[in-house]
Design a protein around this ligand. Structure first.
Ligand code: GDP
Length: 298
């Protein structure tokens, strides 16, 4: 991901290398080229506009520096703006003062929620927590079994409805899981919820009902970074329908252009908290805006 954007920006920067100082027309030309690079990378238009406005303002205001030549100055400005657009500081999970901390996952079917539950479980365990993964996706065939498999792989307990005992209600499953967590001393509960292939009122209502039943400390919106501009519209729909505290980007290992990653924070105002980069449990990390910006400009 981001290869095209990286290459484009490298070309923009190298064209500035011979300049002694930046004229107004250099700044305009550079801003135009960066604009095209971002649009080609599928970054949402309002984000591109704000980004370019910042670049122009800072490039004009840039002091004549002894230490940095114009090309280096532009690289620095673009780097700072990328970090800014990706959210600035790393946003960590806010654990509840009184356990269990309840983390609810929401997103479309196929976004990678169930896989993520396993990854989060593994990560939480490595951070010294005792998580419980909860199978409240009763929509997708095999979702419960899939969670049991990832839970086992991660070495993390899974709370799932027993087949045939009448617990077919995801809200009830979520509610009972909190009791189970208290009972078995799990300090973090990760609730996997049902998604649909597209935004759907019934799914949204179910997620909102689970939210109201368990009052999560963190609702994480899980989104496939490969779906491009759709990530932004889906995020907006979940923000309106359920609300969320943070974003998890999945499939960052894919060959998409990266626009979703660069847009979602700015459009929703919610921080990207984790990134998933593959199907394996260990392909996962806390999201660091500065490292991601660094990778784009590498
Ligand atoms: P859910 O419907 O939201 O629960 O999605 P799943 O967890 O079942 O994931 C859908 C598919 O995407 C599965 O085949 C996963 O193995 C795959 N997947 C999940 N996360 C990633 C990722 O970060 N990278 C890649 N390449 N595949 C992923």
């Amino acid at each position: 991901m981001f290869e095209t954007l990286s290459d484009r920006l490298t070309t923009v920067f190298s064209s500035l290398r011979s300049k002694g100082r930046l004229s107004e027309s250099d700044i305009n030309a550079t801003a135009r080229e960066i604009r095209v690079a971002l649009l080609e990378a599928d970054v949402a238009l309002p984000v591109v506009k704000d980004f370019i406005a910042q670049i122009r303002e800072r490039a004009r205001g840039a002091e004549v520096s002894q230490a940095l030549n114009p090309a280096q100055q532009v690289v620095k400005i673009v780097n700072d703006e990328l970090i800014n657009i990706l959210g600035g500081e790393t946003r960590r999970v806010r654990f509840a003062k009184r356990p269990p901390t309840v983390i609810m996952l929401a997103g479309l079917q196929g976004a990678g929620k169930t896989t993520l539950a396993g990854k989060l479980g593994r990560w939480l365990k490595s951070e010294g927590h005792a998580p419980l993964l909860v199978a409240a996706d009763l929509q997708r065939p095999n979702a419960v079994q899939q969670l049991e498999v990832v839970g086992e792989r991660a070495g993390v307990a899974v709370f799932a409805p027993e087949p045939g005992n009448g617990v077919g209600d995801p809200i009830e499953v979520a509610r009972r899981s909190i009791e189970q967590a208290r009972h078995a001393q799990h300090d973090v509960v990760v609730i996997d919820t049902a998604g649909r292939l597209g935004v759907d009122a019934e799914m949204m209502q179910q997620a909102a009902d689970i939210r109201d039943a368990v009052e999560p400390d963190e609702i994480l919106f899980v989104v496939d970074a490969m779906i491009g501009q759709d990530a932004v519209t889906t995020a907006q729909a979940f923000l309106d329908g359920v609300g969320f505290d943070g974003v998890v980007l999945t499939k960052l290992d894919g060959d998409a252009r990266g626009g979703a990653a660069l847009s979602v924070r700015h459009i929703t105002g919610r921080p990207i908290m984790f990134a998933s980069t593959g199907e394996k449990l260990e392909d996962f990390d806390v999201f660091h805006p500065d490292r991601m910006a660094g990778r784009i400009l590498d």
